[in-house]
Design a protein around this ligand. Structure first.
Ligand SMILES: *[C@@H]1O[C@H](CO)[C@@H](O)[C@H](O)[C@H]1NC(C)=O
Ligand SMILES: *[C@@H]1O[C@H](CO)[C@@H](O)[C@H](O)[C@H]1NC(C)=O
Ligand SMILES: *[C@@H]1O[C@H](CO)[C@@H](O)[C@H](O)[C@H]1NC(C)=O
Ligand SMILES: *[C@@H]1O[C@H](CO)[C@@H](O)[C@H](O)[C@H]1NC(C)=O
Length: 386
């Protein structure tokens, strides 16, 4: 008798505890349930999920835009149904230019009136998962510093990737990074290849508001090796251009047009661009421009429909403004051509004279940055002149 009442008591207690847990669970997490062993993770995720909506110290002052509606009549263009999904998607959202800002660094340039103190702003397109690249860049060529008497500042541009808790986890990572380094602009759009032009335009809009007077910009990807010491030397050597005149320099590409093969990453069908030619442009891995030119390009973006290939779009803006890109010998977005197979392609001697090379892994960036600063670096003349 006594034993069974004990049993009843503990069963009741157990039932009550479970009920309490269930109530907490429902209160904490109204999203679709995951298996119970994910309970802890889910709770953290849901706490975090609510953050961006509530103004916190980090998101306060960050602009909010409503969601942009899909343009349903985009599907009426001929041949729409046979286009790859990402291109259909592009056409549906081509007109969308404003997205909620998740992370901002409004004081990056010291406010609008002090932004002229920024000599070189490193504007690096990156995606949320590229934590390792951010860290290496912060320690190497993109380090914020006074170089040859002028300031170099750094900013990463990011959208979002994934959905659900994956997306929230990466957003949280960026928020942590930004808390420590103060160098990330993030907007709530899908950080895909075909949204790179959108990312570029959002940056220019931010610059117009927060960093108008920055003298020069390096606009590039996070997988480049940039010799920013040389870059400052080069920019300081420009005759009567302190960023207030036109400059747009990089790996010049001319006489090309849209790739019409549907399998290509760069496939641009006639439904996106009818013309068979692109204006001259600089390879998007990395190019240098003056603050003045950046603001001219920004003005042009208002009237030019988005083309998904971001570097070509820059060329279109320049053309419309009556300006052009120029070639800079030291920018090798197509990679360095090292003449012999028997030499080390990553010999620092080849990288002392260049200002930018595309496609470096994080560890290679780290090694190279230290390599070119090696005080005892001995190079033959031919190595310096590739
Ligand atoms: C697109 O097609 C839908 C139905 O197919 C039609 O209702 C709509 O008016 C069309 N829109 C335009 C802009 O032609
Ligand atoms: C929607 O798509 C149609 C067809 O491509 C286009 O004519 C129209 O201008 C687009 N609307 C907006 C708001 O961009
Ligand atoms: C983002 O875009 C890419 C490429 O179009 C697509 O594969 C992916 O599913 C998209 N992600 C989201 C969350 O929409
Ligand atoms: C660009 O981002 C928006 C917002 O996330 C998304 O709706 C759209 O599908 C993306 N476009 C492409 C081409 O990935």
């Amino acid at each position: 008798m006594r034993r069974s009442s004990r049993l009843l008591e503990s069963t009741a207690l157990l039932v009550i505890s479970i009920l309490c847990l269930v109530i907490i669970f429902i209160k904490e997490d109204i999203r679709p349930k995951k298996p119970s062993n994910h309970f802890q993770i889910n709770r953290r995720e849901s706490t975090y999920q609510n953050r961006p909506q509530k103004p916190t110290s980090e998101s306060a002052g960050v602009s909010t835009w409503g969601h942009c509606e899909r343009n349903e009549s985009a599907a009426n263009v001929s041949g729409f149904s046979s286009l790859p999904v990402h291109i259909q998607d592009f056409l549906f959202y081509r007109h969308c230019r404003h997205f909620p800002m998740l992370l901002d660094v409004p004081d990056k340039c010291g406010g609008p009136h002090k932004s002229a103190d920024v000599f070189l702003l490193l504007v690096i397109k990156s995606s949320p998962a590229n934590y390792d690249r951010h860290e290496v860049l912060r320690k190497t060529w993109a380090k914020e510093r006074l170089q040859n008497g002028v300031w170099i500042h750094r900013i990463f541009l990011s959208g979002t990737t994934g959905t659900g808790f994956e997306k929230r986890k990466l957003n949280k990572l960026l928020r942590l990074e930004n808390r420590e380094h103060n160098d990330i602009l993030q907007w709530d759009f899908n950080d895909s290849f075909f949204n790179l032009t959108l990312k570029q335009i959002l940056f220019l809009e931010w610059m117009d508001k927060n960093c108008r007077q920055a003298r020069f910009l390096l606009n590039g990807d996070d997988d480049i090796f940039a010799n920013t010491d040389n870059m400052v030397d080069y920019l300081q050597s420009l005759k009567d251009n302190n960023g207030d005149k036109h400059l747009f320099a990089g790996h010049l590409i001319r006489y090309v047009g849209p790739i019409r093969e549907s399998g290509s990453k760069y496939y641009v069908p006639v439904q996106v661009q009818e013309s068979d030619s692109y204006p001259p442009y600089c390879g998007g891995g990395g190019f240098l421009l003056s603050g003045n030119t950046a603001m001219v390009i920004y003005k042009m973006t208002h009237t030019i429909p988005i083309l998904p290939i971001d570097d070509v779009y820059m060329g279109m803006c320049l053309e419309k403004a009556g300006l052009g890109p120029e070639s800079h010998f030291g920018v090798r977005t197509a990679g360095l051509h090292v003449p012999s197979q028997n030499v080390d392609t990553y010999d620092p001697c080849y990288y002392r004279e260049i200002i930018l090379v595309h496609r470096f892994l994080p560890h290679q960036i780290y090694i190279m940055w230290h390599g070119i600063h090696e005080p005892n670096l001995r190079c033959s003349n031919s190595q310096g002149s590739l």
